[in-house]
Design a protein around this ligand. Structure first.
Ligand code: ATP
Length: 360
């Protein structure tokens, strides 16, 4: 396994001369730690696959370089990059047995037979494929075939990294749950650098130690699941991660106060140097706003509905033109359809042109 450095890496399908805003992958410089479990998360079209394909060598980047352990591997072909890949759909040989399929990447590299047998047995055990090792792959279900693909991706211990591109897409929902946690356990056991592409936040947050969030071709934040939740660096991260996502509300911010709809929300930090002319918003997760009986000094929202999620209830409300979600305590009712809003100041963030501003 290797440390991977992306250095001013960018890609445009229209060539290097294309307008910077049209690049599918906008310039990114970052390091992927040796042995780390990374998820590359973002909505369809945000550039995840482009970045993954640039790392794997399927695409030659328009700009920048990729280093494995300090060595520039940008000119190398996929085959020479020493990586393993697992795709959305099973890539296996139907005519071979499950065991032969798992052994293939090792045989191809001239690994001694005893070592092949040991690794195939280990991966077979880890993925619960032991009973099928001698069966022809052709007779298996799509789920089992994709498990073999995962096994083939994980069987080599000498790869720089294992790249997964939405590997659980074809898997039955019940098994998906099991495989998600299994992959996490496999990462701990096998100690490989893994990069996992998905648009599904649950999948990303379950699997990864570090989640890299992409939006519109840009890496907008890279952090632990807790960091993304507690301190989204970009309004997009706040909104995309969490269910419901973060409330983003236009506000006027001065010092330790945000003004919204003529009311004041206290802030934990002071904001005296906001960039002039920037669009200022506050961001607060629904978990940290509470609906209460309306009272003087509190913002009043119009309640549209209450979603009861079992362990927690969220009120969906309107505040002027803005929509908002807020925690509704057990006994909360709203006979006249309105509610006061109580914000937890330690969880109210300030954004200028969508980027988090650190207060003083
Ligand atoms: P998805 O989850 O749908 O695969 P993604 O986040 O992986 O999306 P990419 O496939 O990397 O996103 O696409 C990023 C952008 O590049 C999109 O606007 C897409 O239309 C464009 N794009 C992708 N492949 C090509 C290509 N071969 N030629 C031209 N444009 C492309």
């Amino acid at each position: 396994m290797a440390r991977i450095d992306l250095v001013d890496l960018a890609h445009s399908y229209g060539g290097n001369g294309a307008a910077p805003e049209s690049f599918a992958l906008k310039p990114v410089t970052m390091t992927w730690r040796q042995g780390g479990a990374y998820a590359l998360l973002g909505p369809s079209g945000c550039g995840k696959t482009t970045l993954l394909n640039v790392i794997s060598g399927i695409i030659t980047p328009s700009r920048g370089k990729i280093m494995f352990d300090g060595v520039d591997i940008t000119p190398l072909s996929t085959q020479k990059r020493n990586i393993a890949q697992v795709f959305q759909f099973p890539v296996i040989y139907d005519t071979m047995t499950v065991g032969q399929n798992l052994a293939f990447p090792l045989k191809n590299r001239g690994v001694p037979k005893a070592e092949i047998d040991r690794r195939v047995a280990e991966i077979g055990r880890l993925l619960d494929l032991e009973p099928y090792l001698n069966r022809k792959a052709t007779r298996l279900t799509a789920d089992a075939k994709q498990k073999i693909s995962l096994g083939r991706g994980l069987v080599r211990s000498d790869v720089a990294a294992v790249l997964f591109d939405e590997p659980l897409t074809v898997i039955d929902p019940e098994l998906k749950w099991q495989l998600r946690s299994k992959l996490k356990a496999l990462h701990r056991e096998l100690d490989l650098t893994m990069i996992y592409v998905t648009h599904d936040q649950t999948e990303a947050l379950t699997f990864a130690d570090t989640v890299v969030v992409m939006h519109d071709g840009r890496v907008v934040q890279s952090g632990t699941p807790a960091e993304l939740f507690d301190k989204p660096a970009h309004t997009f991260v706040g909104y995309f991660i969490g269910s419901p996502g973060m409330n983003i509300l236009p506000a006027e911010v001065r010092g330790r106060e945000a003004r919204l709809d003529g009311h004041v929300i206290a802030l934990n930090r002071s904001y005296d140097n906001l960039p002039a002319g920037a669009k200022i918003e506050i961001g607060v997760r629904p978990e940290f706003v509470e609906v209460v009986t309306p009272a003087p000094g509190l913002l009043t929202a119009k309640i549209e509905r209450i979603d009861d999620l079992g362990r927690i209830r969220f009120a969906r409300a309107r505040l002027g033109d803005a929509k908002l979600a807020a925690r509704a305590p057990g006994g909360f009712t709203s006979p006249d359809g309105t509610a006061g809003l109580k914000f937890d100041p330690s969880h109210v963030h300030v954004y200028a042109d969508s980027l988090l501003v650190e207060g003083a």
